[in-house]
Design a binder for this molecule. Structure first.
Ligand code: 5AD
Length: 351
C-alpha cells in the first residue's frame, strides 16, 4: 500500500498492522501529512463542528514522589522551588475561570502524597457543589481503584493519565524501576471501568522512541478507545538526564494528531502547551491537523514558573486573561470558535 492508501484506509475505519503504521511514520512526506490533516479535520467537524473546547488547567502542586527521567518536576530535581496551592487558592482559580467562561477545570499535579484521598475528595466535592454545570478533570497520577472510585463518587468526571508509551521496554527506559507500564495500563482500565472519561497519551520524539513504538501507541489507542488523548512533542529539561536529547518535531506531532483522529474519530484531542512551545503557532496548527481542545493555564502567575516539565514552556509569565484573549483571536483567525461549554465526549451522533 502507498502512504496515501494507508491514510485512506485508516479514514475508512480500517486497521493497519504495526509494521504498516511504522512504515507510514518512517516514510511520510509533507504531502502525506497535509493529506491526513485534511481528512482528520473533516472528521473532527463531523462530530464536533468548528468548536474548540477550552479547559482551565490548575497546576495545584509541583511536589512529586516519582522520578520520571524526562520530567522537570521529578522528585530528584533539587532545583525546583516546590509549592502547594491552598484549597482557597484553588477555588479562587475556579472562580476566575468560571467567570472567564471555562466549564471544565483540570486539577493537575505531581504525585504528591500530601494530597491524600481525603483532601482530594474535599477539593472535588467543593468544586462540584460550587459549579454544578462544570466538568472536573483530575490528572494526579497512579492510584488504587478504590481511590479513583472515591474521587468519582465525589463528583470528578474525567481523568488524564498518559500511558507515555505502549511498549514495556521503552517504558523502562523513560522511568525508574518502581514504575511499570503494567500498573499504568491497570490504572487506565480501572478509570474507564469506573466511568470516567479517560485520557491516555504519549510524548512524540521521546528518547529511545522508535516508529514501532509510536505504531504500538496508535494500536493501543485504537483498542482502548479513550475519550481523550493528550500528545505533545518531548522537550528536554535542563535538570534531567535527557537534557541533551533532541526535542520531538512539529511535523511528527501534527501527523500523529491526524492519525489519532482518523483511528478514533470522536476522541477529544488537545493541541497541547508543548506543541505551542516548540512553534509559536503550534496549537493553531494542531487544530488544523484535527485537535479540538486547548488547555490554558489558569494557575496563579507566580506559581507557573515553578511548574516546568520542560524548558521554555509558554504562558509562564503572561496575564491569563490577556493570553486567553490572544489565543481565542488566533483560533478565530483560522476559522474556529472557542466555546464556553463542558465539551463532553460525543457519544451520540449529531445530525
Ligand atoms: N517534554 C514534554 N512533555 C513532558 N511531559 C513530562 N515531561 C515532559 C517533557 N520533558 C508530559 C508527560 C506527562 C505530562 C503531564 O507531561 O507525558 O504525562
Amino acid at each position: 500500500m502507498t502512504n496515501r492508501e494507508k491514510i485512506d484506509w485508516l479514514a475508512k475505519g480500517q486497521l493497519l498492522s504495526e509494521e504498516e503504521l511504522a512504515g507510514l511514520l518512517r516514510s511520510k512526506t509533507e504531502e502525506d501529512r497535509l493529506y491526513a490533516a485534511g481528512l482528520a479535520r473533516t472528521l473532527t467537524d463531523r462530530y464536533y463542528g468548528r468548536k474548540i473546547y477550552f479547559r482551565g488547567l490548575i497546576e495545584f502542586t509541583n511536589y512529586c514522589k516519582n522520578n520520571c527521567y524526562y520530567c522537570g518536576i521529578r522528585a530528584g530535581n533539587a532545583n525546583v522551588v516546590r509549592y502547594r496551592m491552598k484549597p482557597e487558592e484553588i477555588y479562587a482559580c475556579c472562580d476566575w475561570g468560571y467567570r472567564a467562561g471555562f466549564r471544565t477545570f483540570v486539577l493537575q499535579g505531581g504525585e504528591d502524597p500530601y494530597f491524600d484521598d481525603e483532601k482530594i475528595v474535599e477539593l472535588v466535592s467543593t468544586i462540584r457543589d460550587r459549579y454544578p454545570d462544570c466538568a472536573i478533570t483530575l490528572s494526579i497520577g497512579e492510584k488504587s481503584k478504590e481511590s479513583y472510585q472515591r474521587y468519582f463518587d465525589a463528583g470528578a468526571n474525567r481523568y488524564l493519565l498518559r500511558h507515555e508509551t505502549a511498549c514495556p521496554e521503552h517504558y523502562r527506559k523513560l522511568h525508574p524501576p518502581q514504575l511499570s507500564l503494567e500498573n499504568r495500563l491497570r490504572c487506565l482500565r480501572d478509570l474507564k471501568d469506573i466511568g470516567y472519561q479517560t485520557g491516555c497519551g504519549m510524548m512524540v520524539g521521546s528518547p529511545y522512541q522508535t516508529e514501532e513504538n509510536l505504531a504500538q501507541d496508535l494500536l493501543y489507542i485504537g483498542e482502548f478507545r479513550p475519550e481523550m488523548v493528550g500528545i505533545g512533542p518531548f522537550i528536554p529539561h535542563h535538570d534531567t538526564c535527557f537534557r541533551d536529547c533532541q526535542a520531538g518535531t512539529l511535523e511528527d506531532t501534527l501527523f500523529l494528531l491526524s492519525l489519532i483522529r482518523l483511528i478514533h474519530p470522536r476522541v477529544l484531542l488537545p493541541a497541547t502547551t508543548a506543541l505551542g512551545t516548540i512553534v509559536a503557532d503550534g496549537r493553531e496548527q494542531g487544530i488544523l491537523a484535527g485537535a479540538n481542545v486547548v488547555m490554558p493555564n489558569i494557575s496563579p502567575t507566580d506559581m507557573r514558573k515553578n511548574y516546568l516539565l520542560y524548558d521554555n514552556k509558554i504562558g509562564t509569565q503572561d496575564d491569563a486573561a490577556e493570553s486567553q484573549r490572544r489565543l481565542e483571536e488566533s483560533i478565530a483567525a483560522i476559522g474556529y470558535q472557542v466555546v464556553s461549554d463542558r465539551g463532553d465526549y460525543c457519544w451520540e451522533d449529531k445530525v
